[in-house]
Design a protein around this ligand. Sequence first.
Ligand code: ZN
Length: 409
Amino acid sequence: MFRFLNHSSFIMDSILVDPWFKDSIFLNGWNLLKEFEYDINSMYYEYIWISHEHPDHFHIPTLKQIKHPNLKTIIFHKTLDSKVIEFVKKMGFKTIECENNQWYDLPFGKMMVHSNGFDSMFIYKTKSGKTIVNMNDYQLKDAEELEQFGITDVDYLFSQFSYANWAGNKEDAMMPKKAQRIIYDRLSIQFKVFKPKNWIPCASFVYFSHEDNFYMNQYTPTISDIKRFADSKNVNCIFPTPDMVHNERMGDNAIQYWTTMKKMISPKHKNNVQPLEEVKVSFLKMCDEIHDKNDMSLFDAEETYISVPDWGNVIKYDIKNITFEIVSQLENDIEMSSECLHFLIKNKWGRGTVLISGRCQINYEKANNFFNQTNLWYNNNIGKYLGKNLVLNEVVNQDNFYQRLIGDL
Ligand SMILES: [Zn+2]
Protein backbone atom coordinates (compact mmCIF):
# COMPACT_ATOMS: atom_id res chain seq x y z
CA MET A 1 0.00 0.00 0.00
CA PHE A 2 2.74 2.44 0.94
CA ARG A 3 6.40 2.48 1.91
CA PHE A 4 7.16 4.81 4.80
CA LEU A 5 10.53 6.56 4.50
CA ASN A 6 10.85 9.00 7.41
CA HIS A 7 9.07 11.85 9.21
CA SER A 8 6.46 12.98 6.61
CA SER A 9 7.90 11.10 3.68
CA PHE A 10 6.46 7.99 2.07
CA ILE A 11 5.94 6.48 -1.36
CA MET A 12 2.49 5.50 -2.50
CA ASP A 13 1.90 4.18 -6.02
CA SER A 14 4.15 6.43 -8.13
CA ILE A 15 4.08 9.40 -5.76
CA LEU A 16 6.91 10.37 -3.43
CA VAL A 17 5.73 12.61 -0.58
CA ASP A 18 7.81 15.33 1.18
CA PRO A 19 11.30 13.79 0.92
CA TRP A 20 13.69 14.73 3.76
CA PHE A 21 16.02 12.00 4.98
CA LYS A 22 18.93 13.66 6.78
CA ASP A 23 20.64 16.86 7.98
CA SER A 24 19.49 19.44 10.47
CA ILE A 25 16.96 22.14 9.59
CA PHE A 26 15.42 25.32 11.09
CA LEU A 27 18.71 26.95 12.15
CA ASN A 28 20.15 23.70 13.51
CA GLY A 29 17.06 23.47 15.70
CA TRP A 30 15.67 20.13 14.47
CA ASN A 31 17.04 16.73 13.55
CA LEU A 32 15.36 13.47 12.65
CA LEU A 33 14.97 11.02 15.55
CA LYS A 34 16.58 8.45 13.28
CA GLU A 35 18.42 9.26 10.07
CA PHE A 36 18.15 6.63 7.40
CA GLU A 37 20.23 6.54 4.22
CA TYR A 38 18.21 6.42 1.03
CA ASP A 39 19.31 6.71 -2.57
CA ILE A 40 16.63 8.90 -4.07
CA ASN A 41 17.84 7.89 -7.54
CA SER A 42 17.08 4.23 -7.01
CA MET A 43 13.50 4.76 -5.82
CA TYR A 44 10.60 4.21 -8.16
CA TYR A 45 8.32 7.25 -8.50
CA GLU A 46 7.21 9.72 -11.15
CA TYR A 47 5.60 12.40 -8.99
CA ILE A 48 6.76 14.31 -5.94
CA TRP A 49 4.09 15.88 -3.79
CA ILE A 50 5.24 18.74 -1.56
CA SER A 51 2.92 19.93 1.22
CA HIS A 52 4.45 23.34 1.95
CA GLU A 53 7.71 25.22 1.92
CA HIS A 54 9.02 24.27 5.38
CA PRO A 55 12.34 22.41 5.05
CA ASP A 56 11.11 19.22 6.74
CA HIS A 57 8.78 18.90 3.71
CA PHE A 58 10.38 20.96 0.98
CA HIS A 59 13.99 19.97 1.53
CA ILE A 60 15.97 21.50 -1.31
CA PRO A 61 19.26 19.59 -0.75
CA THR A 62 17.35 16.30 -1.13
CA LEU A 63 15.62 17.47 -4.33
CA LYS A 64 18.99 18.59 -5.71
CA GLN A 65 20.25 15.02 -5.55
CA ILE A 66 17.74 13.90 -8.16
CA LYS A 67 19.74 13.18 -11.32
CA HIS A 68 17.00 13.59 -13.93
CA PRO A 69 14.53 16.18 -12.64
CA ASN A 70 13.07 16.48 -16.14
CA LEU A 71 11.60 12.98 -15.65
CA LYS A 72 9.81 13.90 -12.42
CA THR A 73 6.74 16.04 -11.82
CA ILE A 74 6.37 18.13 -8.68
CA ILE A 75 2.82 18.59 -7.44
CA PHE A 76 2.32 21.79 -5.43
CA HIS A 77 -0.68 23.97 -4.60
CA LYS A 78 -1.28 27.33 -6.21
CA THR A 79 -0.07 30.30 -4.11
CA LEU A 80 -0.20 34.10 -4.48
CA ASP A 81 3.36 34.35 -5.80
CA SER A 82 4.03 30.80 -7.20
CA LYS A 83 7.45 31.06 -5.55
CA VAL A 84 7.95 27.33 -4.94
CA ILE A 85 6.64 26.27 -8.35
CA GLU A 86 8.94 28.74 -10.13
CA PHE A 87 11.87 27.57 -8.03
CA VAL A 88 11.44 23.88 -8.87
CA LYS A 89 10.83 24.67 -12.55
CA LYS A 90 14.25 26.35 -12.60
CA MET A 91 15.68 23.17 -11.08
CA GLY A 92 14.36 21.35 -14.16
CA PHE A 93 11.30 19.59 -12.77
CA LYS A 94 7.99 19.29 -14.55
CA THR A 95 5.16 20.66 -12.40
CA ILE A 96 1.48 20.42 -11.66
CA GLU A 97 0.29 23.60 -9.95
CA CYS A 98 -2.94 22.47 -8.30
CA GLU A 99 -6.06 24.54 -8.21
CA ASN A 100 -7.73 24.29 -4.83
CA ASN A 101 -10.13 21.36 -4.30
CA GLN A 102 -9.92 19.98 -7.84
CA TRP A 103 -9.28 16.40 -8.84
CA TYR A 104 -6.22 15.56 -10.92
CA ASP A 105 -5.87 12.21 -12.70
CA LEU A 106 -2.64 10.33 -12.02
CA PRO A 107 -1.59 6.89 -13.35
CA PHE A 108 -2.95 4.89 -10.38
CA GLY A 109 -5.65 7.15 -9.01
CA LYS A 110 -6.81 10.73 -8.63
CA MET A 111 -5.69 13.42 -6.22
CA MET A 112 -7.25 16.55 -4.77
CA VAL A 113 -5.13 19.14 -2.99
CA HIS A 114 -6.60 21.57 -0.48
CA SER A 115 -4.62 24.57 0.70
CA ASN A 116 -5.00 27.66 2.90
CA GLY A 117 -2.46 29.53 0.78
CA PHE A 118 0.55 28.25 2.70
CA ASP A 119 0.02 24.66 3.92
CA SER A 120 -1.72 21.95 2.00
CA MET A 121 -3.17 18.45 2.40
CA PHE A 122 -4.32 15.86 -0.12
CA ILE A 123 -7.05 13.30 -0.66
CA TYR A 124 -6.08 10.44 -2.95
CA LYS A 125 -8.43 7.84 -4.35
CA THR A 126 -6.76 4.81 -5.87
CA LYS A 127 -8.19 3.01 -8.89
CA SER A 128 -8.49 -0.06 -6.67
CA GLY A 129 -10.94 1.83 -4.44
CA LYS A 130 -8.87 2.92 -1.44
CA THR A 131 -8.94 6.45 -0.02
CA ILE A 132 -5.85 7.99 1.52
CA VAL A 133 -5.82 11.38 3.25
CA ASN A 134 -2.55 13.11 4.09
CA MET A 135 -3.19 15.89 6.59
CA ASN A 136 0.44 16.25 7.55
CA ASP A 137 0.89 19.35 9.73
CA TYR A 138 -1.92 21.19 7.95
CA GLN A 139 -3.18 24.09 10.12
CA LEU A 140 -6.84 23.18 10.14
CA LYS A 141 -9.43 25.87 10.91
CA ASP A 142 -12.48 23.80 11.84
CA ALA A 143 -14.45 20.66 10.99
CA GLU A 144 -16.33 22.35 8.16
CA GLU A 145 -13.11 22.84 6.27
CA LEU A 146 -12.92 19.03 5.96
CA GLU A 147 -16.63 18.23 5.84
CA GLN A 148 -16.97 20.10 2.55
CA PHE A 149 -15.25 17.21 0.75
CA GLY A 150 -17.90 14.67 1.75
CA ILE A 151 -15.15 12.08 2.31
CA THR A 152 -15.42 9.60 5.16
CA ASP A 153 -14.39 6.04 6.16
CA VAL A 154 -10.97 6.64 4.68
CA ASP A 155 -8.58 3.70 4.56
CA TYR A 156 -5.46 5.58 5.69
CA LEU A 157 -5.13 8.92 7.39
CA PHE A 158 -1.65 10.39 7.79
CA SER A 159 -1.20 13.24 10.27
CA GLN A 160 1.18 15.03 12.55
CA PHE A 161 0.87 13.92 16.17
CA SER A 162 2.82 16.50 18.15
CA TYR A 163 3.53 20.23 18.15
CA ALA A 164 6.44 21.45 16.07
CA ASN A 165 7.56 24.85 17.32
CA TRP A 166 8.43 26.82 20.43
CA ALA A 167 5.97 25.74 23.11
CA GLY A 168 7.08 27.28 26.37
CA ASN A 169 10.18 28.52 28.15
CA LYS A 170 12.56 26.43 30.24
CA GLU A 171 10.88 25.17 33.43
CA ASP A 172 7.40 25.75 32.00
CA ALA A 173 5.72 22.37 31.90
CA MET A 174 2.22 23.77 31.33
CA MET A 175 2.64 25.46 27.97
CA PRO A 176 3.77 22.26 26.18
CA LYS A 177 0.66 20.50 27.55
CA LYS A 178 -1.47 23.25 26.12
CA ALA A 179 0.29 23.04 22.76
CA GLN A 180 -0.33 19.29 22.68
CA ARG A 181 -4.01 19.82 23.51
CA ILE A 182 -4.27 22.00 20.41
CA ILE A 183 -2.82 19.10 18.39
CA TYR A 184 -5.19 16.57 20.02
CA ASP A 185 -8.16 18.81 19.22
CA ARG A 186 -7.05 19.01 15.61
CA LEU A 187 -6.67 15.21 15.43
CA SER A 188 -10.09 14.71 17.01
CA ILE A 189 -11.67 16.76 14.23
CA GLN A 190 -9.85 14.70 11.60
CA PHE A 191 -10.99 11.43 13.22
CA LYS A 192 -14.58 12.64 13.49
CA VAL A 193 -14.82 13.69 9.85
CA PHE A 194 -12.72 11.03 8.13
CA LYS A 195 -13.46 8.03 10.43
CA PRO A 196 -10.15 6.45 9.41
CA LYS A 197 -9.81 2.65 9.36
CA ASN A 198 -6.11 3.22 10.00
CA TRP A 199 -4.29 6.25 11.33
CA ILE A 200 -0.61 6.62 10.47
CA PRO A 201 0.96 9.12 12.91
CA CYS A 202 3.75 10.98 11.13
CA ALA A 203 5.40 14.39 10.67
CA SER A 204 6.69 14.43 14.26
CA PHE A 205 9.63 12.01 14.11
CA VAL A 206 12.05 14.80 15.00
CA TYR A 207 13.64 16.25 18.11
CA PHE A 208 14.87 19.65 19.24
CA SER A 209 18.57 19.21 18.66
CA HIS A 210 20.27 22.49 19.65
CA GLU A 211 21.62 23.28 23.09
CA ASP A 212 19.23 26.29 23.13
CA ASN A 213 16.08 24.19 22.66
CA PHE A 214 17.03 20.69 23.84
CA TYR A 215 15.05 21.16 27.06
CA MET A 216 11.82 21.03 25.02
CA ASN A 217 12.26 17.29 24.37
CA GLN A 218 11.46 16.46 27.99
CA TYR A 219 7.94 17.84 27.49
CA THR A 220 7.00 16.36 24.11
CA PRO A 221 4.49 13.51 24.43
CA THR A 222 5.80 9.96 24.29
CA ILE A 223 4.82 7.55 21.54
CA SER A 224 2.84 5.60 24.18
CA ASP A 225 0.87 8.77 25.03
CA ILE A 226 -0.10 9.05 21.37
CA LYS A 227 -1.14 5.40 21.27
CA ARG A 228 -3.31 5.91 24.36
CA PHE A 229 -4.90 8.95 22.75
CA ALA A 230 -5.73 6.94 19.60
CA ASP A 231 -7.16 4.11 21.73
CA SER A 232 -9.34 6.58 23.61
CA LYS A 233 -10.78 7.64 20.25
CA ASN A 234 -11.19 4.04 19.06
CA VAL A 235 -8.86 4.67 16.17
CA ASN A 236 -6.57 1.93 14.92
CA CYS A 237 -3.16 3.49 14.98
CA ILE A 238 -0.14 2.12 13.14
CA PHE A 239 3.20 3.73 13.90
CA PRO A 240 5.47 3.51 10.89
CA THR A 241 9.24 2.99 11.07
CA PRO A 242 11.78 3.97 8.40
CA ASP A 243 11.71 1.87 5.26
CA MET A 244 8.64 -0.01 6.40
CA VAL A 245 6.36 -1.41 3.72
CA HIS A 246 2.88 -1.49 5.10
CA ASN A 247 0.81 -4.62 4.82
CA GLU A 248 -2.46 -5.54 6.45
CA ARG A 249 -1.02 -8.07 8.92
CA MET A 250 1.83 -5.95 10.14
CA GLY A 251 2.83 -6.23 13.79
CA ASP A 252 3.52 -3.27 16.00
CA ASN A 253 6.99 -3.00 17.48
CA ALA A 254 7.29 0.60 16.34
CA ILE A 255 6.43 2.01 19.76
CA GLN A 256 9.52 0.32 21.17
CA TYR A 257 11.58 1.47 18.18
CA TRP A 258 10.77 5.20 18.53
CA THR A 259 10.96 5.10 22.32
CA THR A 260 14.49 3.76 22.00
CA MET A 261 15.42 6.39 19.41
CA LYS A 262 14.15 9.12 21.68
CA LYS A 263 16.27 7.81 24.55
CA MET A 264 19.40 8.15 22.43
CA ILE A 265 19.14 11.84 21.53
CA SER A 266 21.58 14.50 22.69
CA PRO A 267 22.19 18.16 21.75
CA LYS A 268 24.02 18.26 18.42
CA HIS A 269 24.53 21.99 17.81
CA LYS A 270 25.96 25.03 19.54
CA ASN A 271 25.39 28.72 19.03
CA ASN A 272 27.40 30.47 16.35
CA VAL A 273 28.09 33.94 17.81
CA GLN A 274 27.69 36.88 15.40
CA PRO A 275 29.62 40.15 15.69
CA LEU A 276 27.33 42.98 16.83
CA GLU A 277 28.60 45.37 14.14
CA GLU A 278 27.74 42.88 11.38
CA VAL A 279 24.25 42.38 12.72
CA LYS A 280 23.76 46.13 12.88
CA VAL A 281 24.80 46.48 9.23
CA SER A 282 22.25 43.80 8.30
CA PHE A 283 19.61 45.62 10.35
CA LEU A 284 20.23 48.89 8.47
CA LYS A 285 20.06 47.05 5.15
CA MET A 286 16.77 45.44 6.17
CA CYS A 287 15.34 48.83 7.21
CA ASP A 288 16.37 50.33 3.85
CA GLU A 289 14.32 47.70 2.08
CA ILE A 290 11.40 47.95 4.52
CA HIS A 291 11.22 51.74 4.11
CA ASP A 292 11.61 51.45 0.36
CA LYS A 293 8.84 48.89 -0.19
CA ASN A 294 6.33 49.85 2.52
CA ASP A 295 4.62 53.11 3.39
CA MET A 296 6.18 53.47 6.84
CA SER A 297 4.20 56.59 7.66
CA LEU A 298 1.34 54.12 8.26
CA PHE A 299 3.37 51.98 10.64
CA ASP A 300 2.69 52.43 14.31
CA ALA A 301 4.05 50.14 17.01
CA GLU A 302 6.29 50.43 20.04
CA GLU A 303 9.92 49.36 19.86
CA THR A 304 10.87 45.90 21.10
CA TYR A 305 13.65 44.89 23.51
CA ILE A 306 15.59 41.77 22.65
CA SER A 307 17.99 40.16 25.09
CA VAL A 308 21.02 38.57 23.46
CA PRO A 309 22.76 36.39 26.09
CA ASP A 310 25.92 35.72 24.07
CA TRP A 311 26.46 39.49 23.81
CA GLY A 312 25.39 39.99 27.43
CA ASN A 313 23.18 42.85 26.25
CA VAL A 314 19.65 43.98 25.57
CA ILE A 315 19.01 45.57 22.17
CA LYS A 316 16.41 48.21 21.44
CA TYR A 317 14.95 47.32 18.05
CA ASP A 318 12.73 49.70 16.12
CA ILE A 319 12.10 49.44 12.37
CA LYS A 320 10.17 52.71 12.16
CA ASN A 321 12.84 54.97 13.68
CA ILE A 322 15.66 52.67 12.48
CA THR A 323 17.10 52.02 15.93
CA PHE A 324 19.35 49.12 16.81
CA GLU A 325 21.27 49.89 19.97
CA ILE A 326 22.41 48.51 23.30
CA VAL A 327 20.33 49.76 26.21
CA SER A 328 20.92 49.53 29.94
CA GLN A 329 17.50 48.20 30.88
CA LEU A 330 17.29 44.50 31.65
CA GLU A 331 13.63 43.85 30.95
CA ASN A 332 13.02 42.41 27.49
CA ASP A 333 10.28 40.99 25.29
CA ILE A 334 12.23 37.98 24.05
CA GLU A 335 15.63 36.38 24.46
CA MET A 336 17.60 34.78 21.64
CA SER A 337 21.17 34.21 20.50
CA SER A 338 22.89 36.64 18.15
CA GLU A 339 22.79 33.86 15.53
CA CYS A 340 18.97 33.76 15.66
CA LEU A 341 18.69 37.54 15.71
CA HIS A 342 20.97 37.89 12.70
CA PHE A 343 19.05 35.19 10.83
CA LEU A 344 15.66 36.84 11.27
CA ILE A 345 17.09 40.17 10.11
CA LYS A 346 18.82 38.71 7.05
CA ASN A 347 15.92 36.52 5.96
CA LYS A 348 12.35 37.72 5.60
CA TRP A 349 11.06 34.30 6.68
CA GLY A 350 13.61 34.09 9.53
CA ARG A 351 11.20 35.06 12.32
CA GLY A 352 9.21 31.91 11.50
CA THR A 353 12.38 29.83 11.55
CA VAL A 354 13.41 31.09 14.99
CA LEU A 355 10.00 30.32 16.50
CA ILE A 356 9.74 26.89 14.90
CA SER A 357 13.26 26.03 15.98
CA GLY A 358 12.28 27.00 19.52
CA ARG A 359 15.64 28.71 20.08
CA CYS A 360 14.20 31.57 22.11
CA GLN A 361 12.71 32.41 25.50
CA ILE A 362 9.61 34.57 25.32
CA ASN A 363 8.38 37.13 27.84
CA TYR A 364 4.73 36.03 27.87
CA GLU A 365 3.38 39.45 28.89
CA LYS A 366 5.34 41.46 26.36
CA ALA A 367 5.84 39.19 23.36
CA ASN A 368 3.39 41.28 21.38
CA ASN A 369 5.96 44.06 20.99
CA PHE A 370 8.35 41.63 19.34
CA PHE A 371 5.69 40.30 16.95
CA ASN A 372 4.63 43.84 16.03
CA GLN A 373 8.19 44.76 15.09
CA THR A 374 8.84 41.62 13.05
CA ASN A 375 5.50 40.85 11.35
CA LEU A 376 6.00 43.36 8.55
CA TRP A 377 9.28 41.88 7.30
CA TYR A 378 7.67 38.45 7.57
CA ASN A 379 4.73 39.60 5.43
CA ASN A 380 7.04 41.13 2.83
CA ASN A 381 8.25 37.54 2.33
CA ILE A 382 4.90 36.58 0.81
CA GLY A 383 4.55 39.69 -1.32
CA LYS A 384 2.47 41.77 1.13
CA TYR A 385 3.45 45.42 1.62
CA LEU A 386 2.07 48.06 3.96
CA GLY A 387 0.12 50.71 2.07
CA LYS A 388 -0.19 48.43 -0.96
CA ASN A 389 -1.94 45.16 -0.17
CA LEU A 390 -1.53 45.12 3.59
CA VAL A 391 -3.10 47.23 6.34
CA LEU A 392 -1.63 48.01 9.74
CA ASN A 393 -3.89 45.76 11.80
CA GLU A 394 -2.72 42.76 9.79
CA VAL A 395 0.77 43.24 11.22
CA VAL A 396 0.16 44.90 14.58
CA ASN A 397 -1.61 43.19 17.50
CA GLN A 398 -2.32 40.29 15.26
CA ASP A 399 -3.67 36.90 16.27
CA ASN A 400 -1.27 34.02 15.65
CA PHE A 401 -0.52 30.55 17.00
CA TYR A 402 1.97 31.79 19.59
CA GLN A 403 -0.22 34.55 20.91
CA ARG A 404 -3.10 32.12 21.19
CA LEU A 405 -0.81 29.76 23.06
CA ILE A 406 0.33 32.49 25.44
CA GLY A 407 -2.96 34.40 25.36
CA ASP A 408 -5.42 32.56 27.56
CA LEU A 409 -3.03 31.23 30.17
ZN1 ZN B 1 5.39 22.92 8.57
